[in-house]
Write a protein that binds this ligand. Structure first.
Ligand SMILES: Nc1ncnc2c1ncn2[C@@H]1O[C@H](COP(=O)(O)OP(=O)(O)O)[C@@H](O)[C@H]1O
Ligand SMILES: C[C@@](O)(CCOP(=O)(O)O)CC(=O)O
Ligand SMILES: [Mg+2]
Length: 303
């Protein structure tokens, strides 16, 4: 049996705008999805969502990965088992993590010898197929780890501060939220276009600030980014309440991470303020995950 794992991620800046070609800064975090694969007579995919064969209702991402390997190798049967610390449909990149860990595990099992760039590219193609429109951000960051600027694929310094995530536990589908933003952009292109390009400018300014470890300024920009995410309709009252709770208890800054509409917000905070920020988000009703940036991308855990 082969086991591979891949990390989740948070966006410091740029979700949604990155789908329109604007830059984003995304950070791999220390919560992971593990995928085990073993030779078998037929195809079985088993996760907390159920046990199926190739099934685009229950396991769209993993099914699409299996179909890719059927195209490039002689794959007929395999047993795939998924365990994840990343909440599903939450903005933490669970779809990218399960996709990338499955690609790496099947690559190791079938000896297809994919380079890391090929793993990321194949993962992006799968996200595009299932999500409709998808940027390369989640699949690239989850493959490589670290803090990455997209589309430049430039590695930035790992952020050295607390990362506190607040989960609304409201499931939100990235595909739907991306489609909603597209609709808004079609209705009001002259209004939404500049909002998306302003978000992109925050990533450009944010790059230098991250590398300078100026987290006070990074936090201020994250707060501005949050206002613009609200403006494009991907907020909700719980996300707003958690972001204000985090800011009022000493976070550098706080915003939605990922698709929004539910899912998670992320705060960055001085290490000594992490407990206070976590408590404030919990009192506001959030399920809290305290984590840190990681430079460990996809990896083989055991062969
Ligand atoms: N542990 C898992 N096991 C099986 N499928 C998963 C798992 N985690 C995520 N997925 C797939 O990813 C989808 C959620 O992806 P998405 O809507 O992009 O949200 P997220 O923000 O979590 O990436 C799920 O509906 C499921 O198809
Ligand atoms: C909204 C978007 O920018 C990020 C989505 O992230 P997640 O699936 O919510 O973790 C979409 C994308 O980049 O493909
Ligand atoms: Mg996703």
């Amino acid at each position: 049996m082969i086991i591979c794992s891949a990390p989740g991620k948070v966006y410091l800046f740029g979700e949604h705008a990155v789908v329109y070609g604007e830059p984003a800064i995304c950070c791999a975090v220390d919560i992971r999805t593990r995928v085990s694969v073993a030779p078998a007579d037929s195809i079985t995919i088993s996760s907390s969502l159920g046990t199926t064969g190739i099934d685009f209702e229950t396991h769209p991402y993993v099914s699409a990965v299996v179909e890719r390997f059927q195209d490039i190798s002689s794959l007929e049967g395999v047993s795939i088992s998924i365990e994840s610390e990343i909440p599903v449909g939450s903005g933490l990149g669970s779809s990218a993590a399960v996709t990338i860990a499955t690609i790496k595990a099947l690559d190791a099992l079938l000896g297809t010898d994919l380079e890391l760039d090929d793993v990321a590219r194949t993962g992006h193609e799968v996200e595009q197929r299932i999500q409709g429109a998808a940027s390369q951000t989640d699949t690239y960051v989850c493959t490589m780890g670290g803090v990455v600027m997209i589309p430049q694929r430039k590695g930035l310094d790992l952020i050295d501060c607390g990362i506190v995530i607040g989960n609304t536990n409201i499931f939100s589908s990235t595909k739907e939220l991306v489609a909603n933003v597209a609709e808004l952009n079609e209705s009001f292109p002259d209004v939404i276009g500049p909002v998306l390009s302003s978000i992109g400018k925050m990533s450009v300014t944010g790059e230098e600030l991250v590398n300078a470890k100026d987290y006070v300024s990074v936090g201020k920009l994250m707060n501005i980014n949050q206002g613009l995410l609200d403006a494009i309709g991907v907020g909700c009252s719980e996300l707003s309440s958690f972001t204000y709770a985090a800011r009022n208890s000493g976070a550098y800054g706080a915003k939605i991470t990922g698709a929004g509409g539910g899912g998670c917000m992320v705060a960055i905070a001085p290490h000594e303020r992490v407990d206070g920020v976590a408590a404030a988000i919990a009192i506001a009703g959030g399920e809290v995950v305290v984590t840190k940036a990681t430079d460990i991308g996809v990896r083989v855990e055991s062969l």
